[in-house]
Design a protein around this ligand. Structure first.
Ligand code: ASP
Length: 316
């Protein structure tokens, strides 16, 4: 599921559980026995640093056995289908399968076929990246408290970004005001036009502003997004140099947003394209904090999908 399917109570439960996990991460000995006897497998058909490493670390800190399936070294290279691979991992006693796949919907397809294994979406095509949005929301709530009425400006390739899509759902649920800032070719019009069909659609209030210097005025948060070259057809932007000239988040842009504004980026960054190096590593950046919070949030997600019912009740 993406964040659209989470109720406000479920979202709050993930946030509360992540706080508990953050407490565990502050201890000298960070390992807890919660998922002893459980097996977590990661199956990534696309590259990843942060997401894969944090799921692996999260599983290990909760004492699960963690198996990282290397797609290149597996029978996928011999032509085995995604579904057969997932069924094989279920038969190999995976309690949780963390899946990243280039095709939108792929994790949901296998989830429908697996009875004994919980599937966690770690990014599917341009569709969704639910745990990234959860860690972004967690980071924002830790920094700002309630997000009601806060202005979040997403800058960049929202059309191809699964992070943007998941965050649009999550931010709408928490009452934030969202502005998308991008060249018109990189605005997800399909998503936003759905607004007209349903008068109460949460994306009806999303604003679109192509001028970055106008968009950032009064912003509490700037969320820079990577240009998703791997998913774009050619010709959507004239060149990276020209894109950077208009849409790069620089010191000047941060100054327009104001000294209290936070800079986020899901990573990996292309410094010098969507963000300048100096703001990426500057005082307003919470980019490393996002990574650290990602660990707590993924521990929370693994706990909620795989911990024995008794320990879930105890922690509730
Ligand atoms: N790491 C994020 C993702 O997998 C963002 C990105 O790649 O731009 O979607």
């Amino acid at each position: 599921m993406d964040l659209d399917a989470l109720s406000a109570d479920e979202l709050a439960l993930v946030m509360r559980t992540a706080e508990v996990m953050e407490g565990v991460l502050r201890r000298e000995v960070k390992k807890v026995p919660t998922l002893r006897g459980r097996t977590v497998m990661t199956l990534f058909y696309e590259p990843s640093t942060r997401t894969r490493v944090s799921f692996e670390t999260a599983g290990k800190l909760l004492s699960a056995a963690v198996v990282n399936v290397s797609v290149q070294q597996s029978s996928v290279a011999k032509g085995e289908s995604f579904l057969d691979t997932a069924l094989t991992l279920q038969a190999s006693a995976a309690d949780v399968l963390v899946v990243r796949h280039p095709h939108a919907g792929a994790p949901y397809l296998v989830a429908r076929h697996l009875q004994r294994t919980a599937v966690v979406n770690a990014g599917d095509g341009a569709h969704a990246h639910p745990t990234q949005a959860l860690l972004d929301l967690y980071t924002l709530q830790r920094r700002l408290g309630s997000l009601q009425g806060r202005k979040v400006v997403m800058v960049g390739d929202a059309a191809h970004s699964r992070v943007a899509r998941s965050n649009l759902w999550g931010l709408a649920k928490l009452g934030a005001r969202v502005t998308l800032c991008a060249p018109p070719t990189l605005v997800p019009w399909d998503l936003l036009n759905g607004r007209e069909q349903a008068p109460d659609h949460p994306f009806r209030n999303v604003e679109v502003e192509s001028d970055l210097r106008t968009a950032v005025r009064g912003a509490d948060v700037l969320m820079a997004l990577r240009i998703q070259k791997e998913r774009q057809r050619a010709g959507l932007i004239p060149s990276l140099r020209e894109y950077a000239e208009h849409w790069q988040v620089t010191d000047e842009v941060m100054a327009l947003a104001g000294p209290g504004a936070l800079l986020m980026h899901p990573g990996p960054m292309n410094e010098g394209v969507e963000v300048s190096s100096s703001v990426a590593h500057g005082a307003q950046s919470v980019i490393e904090e996002q990574v650290t919070n990602g660990l707590a949030v993924r521990m929370a997600v693994l706990f909620l999908v795989a911990a024995p019912q008794e320990s879930q009740r105890e922690s509730a």
